[in-house]
Design a protein around this ligand. Structure first.
Ligand code: ADP
Ligand code: MG
Length: 262
């Protein structure tokens, strides 16, 4: 990530977070987070609004850097063994390797084709045939190809919300990241579009490590392998999703997943 081929061969976890503290100005919002996230799995971040899920997610590709006063005050995050605080870290490479999908889909004001081609071009790809192939491949992965192959030059804004979100996922995978971060990607979608995205996630995890913030507990239990439950900036419990939803070990987790608060 310092350069594109600097990944150590055998990093034990895709993401390792150690003793992480994070603050906005003087206000500490993440407290001593320790968490390791395995490769090729889906990890769900759950917890009530304001508990720090998005903040932690945004630490993983350092887009919090864009917020004045936002900073890590203690601890460390490593991705594929590389410390994200390294002074020589190339943020553009980091963000290509750790892609992000947002709650409100945000296609570029461009054609369907260009939404996917754009990222390839800014990373230096000029081979038209390769770009065409990658556009088809990515649209096929997100099950959009058949719907849009005859109107690739039309505006992305002509697609439905669910289709635009799948286009955003296609755009993210076009540059072949290792990790995809998703912040409540379905919360503005109807149930059918949500189901399609969930099916897509299960398909994507064979190739990518996915971290998804969701306030939808049913969604976390349907799609994730591991779940991390946060409360007031602390990681309360982390483990296999099936175990956490059937036999949580901390009473607060049990209260949250049984709907006692949230
Ligand atoms: N840009 C920001 N500036 C200052 N405080 C923020 C900012 N974003 C989030 N916070 C605060 O950080 C805490 C965690 O927020 P957030 O990570 O958005 O939680 P969640 O995603 O779990 O709802 C909250 O108290 C929130 O008000
Ligand atoms: Mg959030």
């Amino acid at each position: 990530m310092v350069s594109d081929d600097s990944t150590p061969a055998a990093a034990p976890h895709a993401i390792a977070i150690e003793q992480l503290r994070f603050a906005y100005g003087e206000r500490q919002v993440l407290h001593d987070i320790d968490l390791t996230i395995p490769s090729h799995s889906i990890t769900a971040f759950i917890g009530p609004s304001g508990c720090g899920k998005s903040t932690l997610l945004r630490c993983l590709n350092r887009i919090n850097d864009r917020i004045p006063g936002a900073r890590v005050t203690q601890g460390k995050i490593s991705i594929a063994g590389i410390d994200l605080a390294r002074p020589d870290l190339d943020l553009q490479v980091l963000r290509r390797r750790v892609g992000m999908v947002f709650q409100k889909w945000n296609p570029f004001p461009k054609s369907i084709y260009d939404n996917i081609a754009y990222g390839l071009r800014i990373h230096g790809e000029t081979n038209r045939k390769l770009i065409d192939e990658r556009v088809e491949e990515c649209l096929t992965v997100v099950s959009l190809w058949d719907d849009v192959k005859d109107r690739l030059k039309s505006s992305a804004f002509g697609l439905s919300g669910g289709q635009q979100q799948r286009l955003c996922i296609a755009r993210t995978i076009a540059t072949r990241p290792d990790i995809i971060l998703m912040d409540e990607p379905c919360s503005a979608l109807d149930p059918l579009s949500t189901l399609k995205i969930e099916e897509l996630l299960l398909d994507l995890k064979k190739d990518y490590t996915i971290v998804i913030v969701t306030h939808n507990l049913a969604q976390a239990s349907r799609c994730s392998d591991e779940t991390a439950f946060f409360y007031m900036g602390k990681l309360i419990e982390y483990g296999k999703t099936v175990t956490m939803f059937s036999t949580p070990s901390v009473p607060q987790t049990e209260a949250y997943i049984s709907g006692a608060f949230g």
